[in-house]
Ligand binder design. Sequence first.
Ligand SMILES: [Zn+2]
Length: 258
Amino acid sequence: MSSRTYRAEAIVLKTNDFAEADRILVLFTRHFGKVRVVAKGIRRATSRMAGHAEPLTHATYQLARGRELDVLTGAEARAIYPDMRDDLSLIAAGWYVAELVDRFTADRVPSAPLFDLLETALRGLDAGVDAPVVCRWFDLHLLDRSGFRPELGECAHCRQSLAEETNGWEPAVGGALCASCATQLPNVAALTVRALKSLRYLLVSDLASAARLRLDVGLARELDRHLRGFLRYVLDRDIATSHLLDELRDLRRPAPVS
Ligand SMILES: [Zn+2]
């Protein structure tokens, strides 16, 4: 093997078709961070690597260094998460976690902890863990590992401990607020006791323990709202896939009888 080629374990975050049969893959590699590579001729029926060039594929890729983009020269599948791919709400959750990784990472900055987090989330979805639980667990641990852990232990404003009552949530201040600060500051959302407990539990749990959390519709919506607000504040933009998840959730709910 020449020194121009290297192998990288990676998960495909997203793809873009271009030219006649080529595709750009955005790979999140375990050891080299996020890398953009070109898969030449991948969209031809004869391509042997086509099955490894889809979003959320986990494989070991063989790559050749190129002038602008590295070039895909071989691939060996590690996991294709077949059960996740069978269910639209699970695969949409997979796209969601992949989009978040893409948003939180710069090219070629290695982060093995983020790679592990992504792999664990995809495995969890494939194993049938409730998609909203996986997404909220992922939100919190991604924020934590990226240096943006929300304050859940005490009031982010006055540092008093949080009483067992409805408190507040304001991403711009850093997370949870005591009931007193919540009434004095603008734009504070209500944070229920059970939502605060769930956030704390998710943050200290691995995914296997988090999977025991049962989220009813109201609690799932509240956690989604709070973490979505926090992510929007950190990223200064919306997560596109979360709108797809909203649509899928609304599709599943039977229409109200009038
Ligand atoms: Zn306070």
